[in-house]
Every structure is written in C-alpha cells, then in structure tokens.
Design a protein around this ligand. Structure first.
Ligand code: ARG
Length: 460
C-alpha cells in the first residue's frame, strides 16, 4: 500500500471504497503537463528566494522533467491510492530524488496548486477553441463568397418572409461566432491570472515571490486575495457559459442544415463523409453530424448548470466539492472542440442547390413587401399599401399564382398607382438588391461586409 502524503495524523487506513470514491486521478490526470510545469516554476521561485537550495531545485527540475517524459511515453501508471495528479507526481518525484522532492511542496498547498493547474490548462484550451472558431468563420466567409448570387427565401416563423442572399444568411452566423470569439477572449483574460502562492487559503509564511512564478509561467498578473484564489472557479464557469452560447449558435446552424437537407427543402447536400446511412432503409442519408452537434448542446448546457450548482453554496475557501468541477469542464472542452472541428471540416463540402432555393424564394409571396414599398414610392401611405397588397395576395392565392405572374390589368384592379414598372420592382433580384441599408441583404451591402472583414484582418 502506498503511504499517503497526508498520512501523519491518521491511525487507520483509508477505506478501499472511500479511496476510489474520493480520488480524482481518473480524470485530473489530464492536468499532468501543467501540474509539472507549475511545479518547476514553483521550485525555481523557491530557490531564487533562498527557501530551498539551488542543488535541491536542480534535482527537482530534472526529476520533474524525467517524469514529464515518462508520462509522455506512457511509462507511468497513476495510482488511485495517491488520489490525484498532484500527489501522484509528487510521490513519483520523491521516489526518484528523495528528500529534495519532499521540499517541493514548501509554501504551497494542493488548493492553490489545483487552481493554477486548471487555469494553466484552460489557457491552452481557450486558445485552441479560439483558433477553431476563427477557422469556422473563415469557412463561412468562403461559402458566402462562393454563393454570392444565390437567392433563397428568408423566413420568420419558418414562413417565407422576404428573399435574401444565402451569403447574407450564412454571414449572420459569422457575426454570432464573432461575439463568441469575443466571449472566449474575455474568458481568457480572466483565466490568465496566477493563483499560486495563496497557500491553503491564507497565504504563506515563506518569503515567496509570486511575480517571479508568474513570469516563469507567462501569467501577466497574480490574484490579489488568497482566499478568493483557492475558492474561485468563475473562470471555469465563464468558459462553460461562453461554450453554452457558442453551442446554441452551432445548434441553430445545425438545425437549419438538417431542415435544408430534407427532401422537402432540398436546399443543401451535406457531404457523404459527414452523413451516415440506415441499416434498414437503403435510401437513407442522415445528417448525423449536425444532429449530434444539436444534441451535444444539451450536454454543454448541463455542464454549465452543474458548475453553477456545484459552486452556489460553498463557504470559503476550498471544499472537496470543488473536485467535481473538472468533469463538466473537461467534457465541455471536448464537446466544443469536437463540434467545431466537425463543422470546420463539413462546411466547405456543402453543396447548395441554387435552383431549388430560387424556386422556394418565389413561393409564398416573398416580394409582397416590395410591392407595398413600390406603392409607397408612388406616394400611397404605407398602411394603405399594406392593405392593397394583402388583397392582391388573397387574389393570387385564389388564382393559384405568384404576384409576379399577375398581368398589369390584374394589378390595376387593386391600385391604379401601379404601372408596368411594377414587374421590375418585384423580381427576386430587385427585392434583394433594394435592401442596401447598412447590414441589409443587397449584394453590394453583403460584399461590402465581406470586404470589411478582410480589410480588418478578421479573415485571412
Ligand atoms: N484533487 C483535488 C481537487 O481536484 C485537489 C485539491 C485537493 N485539496 C484538498 N485540500 N483536498 O480539487
């Protein structure tokens, strides 16, 4: 049996079940790299401050470097009896270098150590998520540029509303992901603060130099209250909140792709490589990837709720409850990265059916607002124009035809303000391109936004 690093005051061995029950090594071993790097920085700081000798520091550093390689090569078997990653690494170090290893934990607690490890690890993961979001945005802009002449029905209430450019619809997601990127940037800023040096909760009696540890670990700042430092998991909640919103956006895009890929819509064909078939129905090609992304959104929401609930009643400072922060957080990291990776791969292969989309845009009187605006330009008050066009639509429904299929004679039954320039005003192209207002769907407005994105260096 392995001796516990904290075994001194105990007379009985830990219950076997309790040992398993309280251990976190199964999941916190993910932090091994950052645990080791943090310990090396801590040892160097201790030596610089004369708290441990230079020889001990040298032994600790090379011992930890060896352990780093051992873990990398899969040569270390982590032990549940040693509870967590921190005690596993430390025990291995003591095994290797003896007394010097026992000095590493001077002026430190697992409470500030774990706070450092998670922040340190999350810094890398947030950066990865940000790179993936940027790749996704690039994919969206690529699709928008390639389909700049593709017109589709824009919907409200999932009823045909007004014609829009497919590019405009896609770029709506660009803007959502831009705000997501911003949230992760914000989250990074708050995560990027060093908590080490807070001790168990009250600080330490040793003359440590937290700024030096921060320098060695590339943290631009240190936390200012030792009790807050070991109690705070806001940064993890920040990440899960930003992730929940990002997943909500991905889920909406997924939902649209699923609808658009249906036989009834037929707007898009999702690449075979991102779909699966049915074991019974030979004709099936199912949009599994967007469906799974939509489904995994629930998991991301759940993880956020788990963390908020975990933290809501904890008295200061550290409580063992907080060990439960890792699984939801890590699961969110994996989920978000997985979903983004799938989308980055899938988007460029989407094949849009321009003809289908155009035909769909002609259905449902999507240019009715344009006809009303036409009458307003002929000086009819908008409310009256609305009424006139409503009646024309009613007539078309009865006649089973589109507005653009009416003759001038028919039009004039509804208003004598209508003349033969009406036909040019209610084509799909005219409808789209008339919406030149900043942020509108006109080709020139959409192209201007794309140009702006390149000029601002947002997309490269
Ligand atoms: N495994 C623990 C966690 O993840 C590390 C901190 C333990 N500290 C303590 N005082 N038991 O939270």
């Amino acid at each position: 049996m392995q001796a516990k690093p904290w075994g001194g005051r105990f007379t009985e061995a830990t219950d076997k079940f309790v040992e398993e029950f309280t251990a976190s090594i199964d999941f916190d071993q993910r932090l091994w790299k950052h645990d080791i790097m943090g310990s090396i920085a801590h040892a160097k700081m201790l030596a610089k401050q004369g708290i441990i000798s230079a020889e001990d520091e040298a032994k600790i550093t090379s011992g930890l470097e060896e352990i780093y390689r051992e873990v990398e090569e899969g040569k270390i078997e982590f032990s549940v009896a040693l509870e967590d990653i921190h005690m596993n690494v430390e025990s291995r170090l003591v095994e290797k270098i003896g007394d010097a290893g026992k000095r590493l934990h001077t002026g430190r607690s697992r409470n500030d150590q774990v706070a450092l490890d998670i922040r340190f690890y999350m810094r890398d993961e947030i950066s990865r998520v940000r790179v993936l979001i940027k790749q996704l945005q690039k994919g969206i802009v690529g699709l928008a540029e390639a389909h700049i002449d593709c017109i589709m029905p824009g919907f409200t209430h999932l009823q045909p509303a007004q014609p829009v450019l497919l590019s405009h619809h896609l770029l709506a997601y660009y803007e959502m992901f831009k705000r997501d990127l911003d949230r992760f940037e914000d989250c990074f800023r708050r995560t990027n603060v060093l908590p080490l040096g807070s001790g168990a909760l009250a600080g330490t009696t040793f003359p440590i130099d937290r700024r030096y540890t921060a320098e060695l670990t590339f943290f631009p700042d240190v936390t200012r209250n030792s009790m807050d430092s070991v109690s705070d998991r806001d940064f993890a909640i920040d990440f899960c909140a930003a992730s929940a919103i990002l997943m909500m956006h991905l889920s909406r895009l997924s939902e649209e792709l699923i609808i658009w890929a249906s036989a009834q819509f037929g707007f898009v064909d999702i690449p075979d490589a991102y779909c699966t078939g049915s074991s019974i129905m030979p004709q099936k090609k199912n949009p599994d990837v967007p469906e799974l992304v939509r489904g995994k959104t629930g998991r991301a929401y759940g993880n956020l709720m788990a963390l908020l609930t975990l933290m809501k009643s904890l008295p200061l400072a550290y409580n063992k409850d907080m060990q439960e922060d890792k699984e939801p957080l890590f699961d969110t990291v994996d989920t978000v990265k997985g979903c983004l990776t799938a989308f980055v791969g899938m988007l460029p292969g989407l094949k849009f059916n321009k003809e289908r989309m155009r035909r769909a845009a002609l259905m449902g009187f999507t240019t009715a607002t344009d006809l009303a605006d036409y009458l307003v330009r002929k000086n009819l008050p908008f409310r009256d124009a609305h009424e006139v066009v409503g009646k024309a639509v009613r007539y078309c429904i009865e006649q089973n035809k589109g507005l653009e299929e009416m003759t001038l004679e028919e039009f004039r039954k509804f208003s004598d303000l209508i003349s033969d320039d009406v036909f040019a005003a209610i084509t799909l192209e005219a409808s789209v391109n008339a919406r030149k207002s900043e942020g509108g769907t006109a080709t020139e407005a959409v192209k201007a936004r794309i140009k702006e994105l390149y000029e601002a260096g947002e997309v490269r």
